[in-house]
Ligand binder design. Structure first.
Ligand SMILES: Nc1ncnc2c1ncn2[C@@H]1O[C@H](COP(=O)(O)OP(=O)(O)O)[C@@H](O)[C@H]1O
Ligand SMILES: [Mg+2]
Length: 279
């Protein structure tokens, strides 16, 4: 499994603090996957993302894009930011113009896209993401879920190869969450590698096909959802919860558990229950 991006022993300390936010962080983001990056508050997820777009530079260690080390000169950073898109946790940090339409065109203009293409691509993304009815509204009239989708549209329109999202579903209602996840799945189906930071373990378990767990600025577990949550004690020690479906599966008779991988959707869980011996 080729890594699209790799962190090799990154150390980073914010100025004015006396401990490292990244403490020798080493990890690989496998290409083409849906990756969840989990970890308690302060484990370094956001700091890692800021490194991934070259906004922070590590004091030591190496960040690589497709096996090539990042050089941190202007041209390399511009290239990296065309390949990697980050959706910040707070859309207020991302949306700076008055309307979704203007905001989306602004990103394209900054990326030196020729003017006729700007209109075309903006209208396309607005259409595909179902944002037409809000495209010309003042951004401050939008709900949080709408703002998050506009922020995502502004990143997706730039066609990144790696899409990073910092806690994209935090504070969203179920419907907004579903809409956002549908957009991520669509981008993923088009070949984008998607990585989201989340501390929603149910979401990580059901959505991701690869999970990284950070703790204290290090990556301490990586693997498929089944591999990661099989380390129940470790997950607990790290202050994280087991996914509900996984916990339920663990209460089933051993013979039933052995029939399949732990189910990652309610449908798969119910199908498994169909094999319960009749009482
Ligand atoms: N701007 C900042 N200035 C100083 N310390 C920071 C700053 N941002 C994060 N930190 C510290 O860096 C560590 C990692 O934080 P962060 O990357 O935000 O973790 P997470 O996103 O997993 O919650 C924490 O100890 C946090 O307090
Ligand atoms: Mg964070």
């Amino acid at each position: 499994m080729a890594a699209i991006m790799e962190f090799d022993k990154l150390h980073y300390r914010y100025s004015g603090t006396d401990s490292d936010a990244l403490r020798g962080l080493s990890l690989r983001l496998p290409e083409g996957r849906k990756i969840a990056i989990c970890g308690a508050n302060g484990s370094g997820k956001s700091t890692m993302f800021l490194h991934a777009i070259g906004l922070h530079r590590p004091q030591s260690g190496q960040l690589s894009w497709r096996r090539e080390g990042l050089a941190y000169d202007g041209a390399s950073l511009r290239r990296l930011r065309r390949q990697v898109g980050l959706v910040f946790q707070d859309p207020e940090h991302q949306l700076i113009l008055n309307t979704p339409y203007e905001d989306i065109t602004y990103g394209l203009r900054n990326a030196d896209v020729p003017e006729p293409d700007i209109r075309l691509r903006t209208e396309q993304i607005i259409e595909t993401m179902g944002l037409s009815s809000i495209a010309r509204l003042p951004i401050h009239h939008l709900s949080l879920g709408q703002k998050k989708r506009v922020a995502l549209a502004g990143v997706l329109v730039l066609k990144p190869e790696l899409l990073l999202l910092d806690e994209p579903t935090a504070y969203l209602d179920r419907l907004s969450e579903r809409q956002l996840l549908a957009e991520l799945d669509r981008a993923h189906a088009e070949g984008v590698t998607v990585a989201m930071a989340t501390h929603d373990m149910n979401l990580a378990y059901s959505w991701a096909d690869w999970i990284l767990v950070l703790n204290g600025g290090e990556c301490v577990i990586e693997g498929t959802p089944a591999e990661v949550f099989a380390q129940e004690h470790r997950i607990d020690e790290l202050g994280l919860e087991l996914p509900m479906l996984y916990e339920l599966w663990r209460t089933l008779p051993q013979a039933l558990q052995e029939r399949s991988e732990p189910p990652r959707s309610l449908g798969a869980f119910k199908a498994l229950l169909g094999h319960l011996p009749q009482a």
